[in-house]
Design a protein around this ligand. Structure first.
Ligand code: ATP
Length: 233
């Protein structure tokens, strides 16, 4: 469904990604893990049209073209970390912002109800200011806003960041439900244990390269940690 071939990118003269080859299968949950500075966020920024690159990004076999907003209209939707909600707007106003692609606006009410089915807590709090939410609830708003754009692929950046373990479990229960509903998900995550539990496919990145690509079911957590924490050189 989404594929990168020999993808390199970075910031001006600084190359961060070095010839990355990745395949994200339709309907699967693909996790990308890696230590700080591995290039996970740079990969997301590149996939969502925020950074220039060399190599190819293909969606459905065709080169992906356009800026971030065009890509969302085509179904490639990014969920940033939960702290990036609009604090002075209500929960529902935040959620409706996700429905800006033309194809999502016609049936806004039905779209909202479909999304609230995943996030009943957000329905209860729909008139509350987003700035007054807990970290876990704000993460749910970020994910709900992504769902409102009717994604073909949902790219979720570090959903466990800064959340207490019990809340992380709650957020991942919802991610499991989204997957069961057939959503194709790309998950960037530092928490290797939970990534391994939830993923179908897993890629480990280090220093801007992919050093392991396997089905999650075949990966042993200790082996993953050995590769994750191995010293450079
Ligand atoms: P983390 O989990 O810490 O966010 P990451 O795997 O997402 O790590 P990136 O944020 O993609 O890693 O960073 C990869 C490299 O790119 C790092 O060496 C970082 O210093 C560099 N980098 C990130 N943003 C910029 C920028 N705006 N300008 C220059 N270099 C940058």
């Amino acid at each position: 469904m989404l594929e990168t071939r020999n993808l390199s990118s970075g910031y001006g003269a600084i190359t961060v990604l070095w010839g990355v080859n990745l395949t994200f299968r339709e309907g699967a949950l693909t996790a990308i893990v890696g230590p700080n500075g591995a290039g996970k966020t740079t990969l997301l920024r590149t996939l969502t049209g925020l950074l220039p690159y060399t190599g190819d990004i293909l969606m459905g076999g065709k080169p992906l073209k356009g800026k971030t907003w065009d890509l969302a209209a085509q179904g490639l939707v990014m969920v940033p970390e939960g702290r990036l909600v609009f604090r002075d707007m209500s929960v529902e106003e935040n959620l409706c912002l996700g429905a800006y692609p033309e194809r999502c606006r016609a049936d806004l009410a039905a779209n909202l109800e479909r999304m609230y089915a995943f996030f009943p807590r957000l329905k209860e709090r729909r008139h509350q200011l987003a700035g007054s939410l807990s970290g876990g609830e704000a993460q749910m708003v970020a994910m709900g806003r992504g769902l409102m754009a009717k994604p073909r692929i949902l790219l979720i950046d570090e959903p466990s960041l800064g959340l207490a373990p019990v809340i992380v479990n709650e957020v991942f229960d919802i991610i499991r439900k989204l997957k069961a509903d057939g959503t194709t998900i790309v998950l960037i995550e530092q928490n290797t244990r939970i990534a391994l539990q939830v993923a179908d496919d897993l890629h480990l990145m280090r220093s801007g390269k992919v050093i392991l690509s396997e089905k999650a079911a075949g990966i042993d957590l200790n082996r993953l940690h050995d590769l994750y924490f191995a010293r450079e050189g």
